[in-house]
Design a protein around this ligand. Structure first.
Ligand SMILES: [Zn+2]
Length: 412
């Protein structure tokens, strides 16, 4: 290749480096106006919160005014929340024969919240439902199954979970399933097996979003190749900014986007900030030992360690680690937009699932407007913010729904 003039090279680098070079930064007062307008015209959709375990295990009611948790009705209202995908997560260590039962209990806990607060909440199954519920002034409730292990190797369970309202499934959680490798485990299947590909096909046909958060890189590429519908990363951040196996590399973000998919940025400090992740790594040995000991003690008493109790133990170990500012979330959004494009990035908080380890200034979901102001300050337009806040997920849902429709028609 010919040598490029240094000045020209510098200009090329500038134009390709970041959207902030194409967007004009705004003064704060102006950014606040843009953010307010963007929130007013958007349907805010968050694709991952782990709150159902508190509903089930601790009788947590979303309407609580002084909620210790990151998701509550008053907090969602304060942040103009439009829709939440509640995670139906079951620990990979849960007794295998009881995984489905536990998931059903969690789904029931979510259903009970919807039944208890009909003026504020409504179950949604489609993108149209979300828009209708939003027009009615209520918050749409959806569910995602977190981990293919929950199927207990019976793919027919997908049909049943779909009928109960589940609209995405992460193919794995932190350990490999019998048919897919996880980013948290040693490679075993070289990605997806034939059964794994059948699972993806079944999800496509049902209209259940294939979620690639938590899977290994090879599983991601195999799922991209197998899926007829675009994929979602419901709660993952950018590996280029924080080198965690759970985050997505630039090539993965580009590939996901080129197939119509969306990456929803996770707010967990250890996926956002390399300094936090390194410090956490240093205390993780004794921290995990303390959690295991507490869990064994509870088990011996015939009880279970609750999320709140586990969080309290972990907080003792991480209290001295400085959390990053919440603007780091905007850095990850910026990066994902730069790499994948404005139509392929959204919000996947992981609220109530990260043991309190969220950025400074972002303690719970009520803080979302501050992030919108930060993005507006960086030059995002109202229309661009609307896409990030939920428009991109709505578009992806519609594509998944229409793919399912055409597959079902074909079959007949
Ligand atoms: Zn997760």
């Amino acid at each position: 290749m010919r040598k490029i003039q240094p000045l020209l090279a510098f200009a090329l680098v500038l134009t390709s480096v970041s959207p902030i070079f194409c967007r004009n930064q705004r003064p704060l007062a102006e950014a606040r106006v843009v953010a307010r307008r963007a929130l007013a015209r958007s349907i805010v959709i968050d694709t991952h919160a782990d709150t159902p375990q508190m509903m089930l295990d601790e009788g947590y009611d979303l309407a609580e005014t002084n909620s210790p948790y990151m998701i509550s009705l008053p907090k969602m209202r304060a942040a103009h929340w439009g829709a939440e995908f509640f995670s139906i997560w079951v620990d990979v260590d849960w007794p295998r024969q009881d995984l489905i039962h536990r998931a059903l209990d969690l789904i029931d806990a979510v259903d009970q919240q919807v039944a208890r607060h009909p003026d504020s909440l409504a179950l949604a199954g489609t993108a149209d439902d979300i828009e209708r519920i939003h027009r009615e002034g209520r918050i749409a409730v959806l569910m995602g199954l977190e981990g293919g292990h929950i199927l207990q190797d019976d793919p027919r369970m997908l049909d049943i979970f779909y009928r109960l309202g589940v609209r995405y499934m992460t193919l794995t959680h932190t350990r490999n399933t019998a048919w897919a490798d996880s980013s948290g485990d040693k490679p075993q299947h070289n990605g997806l097996t034939d059964v794994g590909r059948q699972v993806v096909e079944r999800m496509n046909r049902l209209g259940m979003i294939v979620d690639i958060s938590h899977v290994s890189d090879k599983t991601f590429y195999d799922a991209i190749a197998a899926s007829k519908a675009p994929l979602l990363a419901s709660h993952s951040s950018c590996r280029a900014l924080c080198n965690a196996p759970r985050d997505m590399s630039d090539d993965m973000i580009r590939t996901l986007a080129s197939h119509g998919g969306v990456i929803d940025i996770n707010y967990y400090n250890a996926f956002l900030d390399p300094a936090f992740a390194a410090a956490l790594q240093k205390v993780s040995g004794p921290m995990e030992a303390a959690v295991t000991a507490a869990r064994q003690k509870k088990t011996a008493q015939g009880q279970r360690l609750t999320y709140a109790e586990e969080t309290k133990i972990r907080m003792q170990f991480v209290a001295s680690i400085p959390p990053p500012s919440f603007t780091v979330i905007a850095d990850h959004i910026d990066h994902a937009v730069k790499v994948g494009g404005i139509d392929h990035v959204g919000l996947g908080s992981d609220f109530d699932g990260v043991d309190g380890m969220v950025p400074r200034g972002f303690a719970d979901c009520s803080k979302l407007p501050d992030l919108v102001v930060e993005l507006a300050r960086r030059g995002y337009s109202e229309a661009e913010l609307e896409k990030i806040l939920g428009g991109n997920v709505l578009r992806l849902m519609r594509q998944v729904e229409s793919t399912a429709h055409s597959m079902q028609v074909e079959k007949r």
